[in-house]
Design a protein around this ligand. Sequence first.
Ligand SMILES: *Cc1c(COP(=O)(O)O)cnc(C)c1O
Length: 354
Amino acid sequence: MSRFLSPRFAGLEAYTPGEQPRDQQYIKLNTNESPYPPSPEVLARLNADEVKRLNLYPDPEGKILKEKLAKLYGVEKENIFLSNGSDDILNFAFMAFCDEERGAAFPEISYGFYPVYADLYHVPHVKLPLKEDFSIDYKDYCDINKMVVVANPNAPTGMEIGLFEIEEILKANPNHVVLIDEAYVDFGGTSAVGLVGKYPNLLVSMTYSKSRSMAGARLGFAIASKEIIEDLEKIKFSTNPYNINRLTLAAGEAAVDSDAYYKENAKKIMATRETTVKDLKALGFTVLDSKANFIFAKPPKISGADFYAQLKKKGVLVRHFEKEKIRDFVRITIGTDEQMEVFLQKTQEVLADR
Ligand SMILES: *Cc1c(COP(=O)(O)O)cnc(C)c1O
């Protein structure tokens, strides 16, 4: 720390991203990226002509992409906000809709970034425990008088709550934003986007990083009432109007045009997930019910930390969290069938050594 840092940030604990090692080739099942490449349309769009225009600023409004997304999701362009990854949306939402008085509530076990943003903006927040079975009890979020942030499906559990529960949360918090983080919704979850017309306090965030194979491009979007979108735009235009670069915008447009390709990939990943769950259960694992492109599983005979470390030695990366309530588990991203076969092979080797 330099002596110049504002004391406001002295105690801030930053988010720790999953490791992105460069020392060797791993089978990378630790950060929930898609194992499939971007669509041929996206690759074609990122050609020399596009690169040649990098001397020019991108469209700060992202009009074309907004129109395409609006059409895809059956909303108006004014209901769409574009961002540099969906982390950007979370950042702006905490900045816009919370402060020292207006607090936030989110699950104790969820995306590790929520408490970081809350701390960054000095937002008083409550972390609500999950039920014994790792599910979210929606009643905990009703009448809570705070901004509610729920990942649905949740991470790292992969479990989802239904639209009925989400509507109850929305109805019980009419004076606060309810942010539903749908980073993983395309893998069999149910989207709340259809409720946007009915609930002016609903903010749904989505990302290109998981189902759309563009984690490296950094693109996210939110769908909400025009008023909420206006607020987010105000923050964006007060911080970084060009938060999405020209190449990413172009790739994002082409990705919407090839939506069928990504739906097909999501289907493949869901099928691979079901096979992997079955195989792990046969080996004695406890596996939570996942609607995401990852599974949360507890190995038999070996601790979560040990399992993670042994797999890493064998060239397979998964994610382990030290938090007490989930330290017995590891989160395993669903890769291709071939990658999951190697993962299972290595898993069997690790368990055989016990
Ligand atoms: C991956 C993830 C995000 C954000 O990812 P971006 O790459 O910033 O779009 C947001 N929420 C959850 C729960 C995630 O797992």
